[in-house]
Design a binder for this molecule. Sequence first.
Ligand code: 13P
Ligand code: SF4
Length: 297
Amino acid sequence: MRKEINSLKEQKNAIILAHNYQVAEVQDIADFTGDSLELARKAATLDNDVIVFCGVDFMAETAAILSPDKAVLLPAAEANCPMADMISAGELRVLKERFPDAAVVCYVNTTAEVKAESDICCTSSNAVKVVESLDEDRIIFVPDKNLGSYVSRFSDKEILPWEGFCFVHDRITPQDVKEARNLHPEAEVLVHPECRAEVIDLADGVYSTSGMIRHVCSSPGKEFIIGTEIGILHRMKKECPQKTCYPLSSQAICTNMKKTDLNKVYNSLKDLTPQVVVPEEIADRARKAIIRMLEVR
Ligand code: 13P
Ligand code: SF4
């Protein structure tokens, strides 16, 4: 299967991008694996005709918005992010009317329609920098309440959060942290900013998915407890084999991220479906918010 995929990739001048939560076989066939920001940056600079996006819908949509002249494929068409569907463009418009002086920051985990209503996007790795880059003192922050609350620790701006959350991270509890620390007392606890504030309070470090991998590889520590989706452990094992990483919760599984397999990647490349297409009028407005984010360094 791997051989077939590689030969189709050459024939079609395609590249395979995968998120850090993808299953091991998909990460291993990918040309590039990363967090949401890295994948968006990569998608913005490619000269391939076809991008096979192994992740969830909002990630492929972001790639399609940034590369309107390319075919962006989402091999598992049904792979969505439930948090992205927790706010609609209509609900955001109502908020904007209520707080006309506020800037709108949307997590990249949103629909293209919500991005089109926003001033700027952010990801887990740049949310604080994005908020601080704005002139406005009041920020409508959608949809993740946990990321919003994390950002407010580092900013004097008034953050007006939406009530969205990621069911994978939000169900990690302080008790999980205590139990993991009891089992591995020497290990550093790293968590994703989509976790609840009371979990973040107990952690040693808070990082995006790729930020965690970089920290594990570069830190002198030997053992780590990883508070995010467990697919990330594959890259950690591969890239830092001398370190030992334990999942903070073995229940931290994003079923949508697990919908892509080699078979779907193969079929998708063979037939050039399912293709993600964002209507031009929405894409043009959403692109402004994404590009503004990419310009924040
Ligand atoms: P990262 O941008 O940190 O990879 O996070 C994406 C995501 O969906 C986390 O649940
Ligand atoms: Fe969405 Fe959570 Fe899955 Fe990330 S882990 S894609 S935020 S449901």
